[in-house]
Design a protein around this ligand. Structure first.
Ligand code: AHG
Ligand code: MN
Ligand code: MN
Length: 328
């Protein structure tokens, strides 16, 4: 079944808002373009490598970060259902300025390309997105407050993984579905229905270069994973791709825990609450997993700033609970 047919069915059975389709179609069309650009990146001029600037987070922007950002913004602006966006690559939110977009119901927060450090080495990257109903008055420009909503209020959350195949994984609060791009038709087809995250597994995922820098409870939990005194009576396997979306996708399918704690270089964690932690937390919970800061449920955080960061403990329910038990 195509993604469009799946949506149409859910719309007629569950009463999903029809105005969501143009937003979702924007995501599929922009991601097909980005997927093509990624596949041909090394063969095209001006696609691989650093852009020569920094984004608002002080991180080096890659050319593909900017190419993907523009592709998604253009698609959202033209779809008619999006009043404004917030993106990792732009300092301020953007309110679209036509009569139609000012009356649109939704705002989108997104990380256009997650895993920038993996672009040049042909390793999986992704796009992560969150769709919210705006809270400001229809007919007026979208506001920052529209963007700063707790993750629990997401209407749709999802990601596109540009891996060995390109996959769209999303949830509108009725479980998690996965669609695989058929490159010959440019269509996403339902390939993984009702995805469930295993309650535990033998996989942990963390940038262990940080282990001596983070709070003692995190190091103690990782030592537990590596010991013989754990629930598998032997060391778990460490897996860290360095693209959150790819590490999360593995955890969704095979189970596991992904941890990005506070570290001195990133005292509030490295990952961005609005367009990395929140959408993946929504998916994790919809699939039976958990997502916390180590102490608090991610989806309950009231955001204060567009580029706010949060520590993230996400994945299989039993593993996240166990990791949290090691923290004070
Ligand atoms: P982005 O490429 O969007 O800036 O995000 C990178 C994130 C995330 O994808 C990944 O898990 C993490 O940063 C990797 O950080 P380290 O290099 O510190 O491990
Ligand atoms: Mn990212
Ligand atoms: Mn990014």
């Amino acid at each position: 079944m195509t993604f469009h047919d799946y949506f149409a069915k859910a719309q007629s059975i569950k009463g999903l808002d029809k105005a969501l389709w143009p937003v979702l179609e924007s995501i599929t069309s922009a991601s097909v373009k980005v997927s093509h650009d990624l596949q041909k990146a090394a063969l095209l001029d001006g696609v691989l490598g650093a852009q020569g600037g920094q984004n608002i987070q002080g991180e080096e922007q890659q050319k593909l970060d900017v190419i993907a950002d523009i592709a998604f913004i253009n698609a959202f602006e033209n779809c008619g259902s999006v009043a404004g966006i917030g993106s990792e690559e732009n300092e301020a939110h953007l309110a679209f300025d036509t009569e139609k977009t000012k009356s649109a119901s939704y705002v989108v927060l997104f990380d256009p390309l997650d895993g920038s450090s993996n672009i040049d080495v042909n390793v999986s990257v992704g796009t992560i997105f969150s769709i919210y109903k705006r809270t400001s008055k229809y007919g007026q420009a979208a506001t920052l407050e529209d963007m700063l909503q707790a993750g629990g209020k997401q209407t749709v959350a999802g990601y596109v993984l540009y891996g060995t195949s390109t996959m769209l994984v999303l949830s509108w609060g009725d479980g998690v579905q996965g669609f695989t791009l058929d490159p010959s038709s440019g269509t996403f087809i339902l390939s993984h229905s009702n995805m469930r995250m295993p309650e535990s597994s033998r996989l942990y995922s963390m940038n262990e270069g940080n282990i001596k820098e983070c709070e003692p409870g995190v190091a103690a939990y990782i030592a537990f994973c590596q010991s013989k005194e754990n629930d598998y009576n032997g060391p778990y396997s460490g897996r860290y791709i360095g693209s959150l979306v790819a590490d999360f996708h593995r955890s969704l399918i095979k189970g596991g825990i992904y941890i990005y704690p506070n570290v001195p270089a990133a005292p509030k964690g490295r990952l961005r609450l609005l367009y990395e932690c929140n959408p993946l937390a929504f998916i994790a919970e919809q699939a039976g997993g958990l997502a916390t800061t180590g102490r608090k449920r991610i989806l309950e955080i009231e955001p204060e700033a567009l580029h706010e960061r949060a520590p993230l403990f996400i994945g299989s329910k039993n593993m996240v609970e166990k990791a949290m038990s090691f923290l004070n």
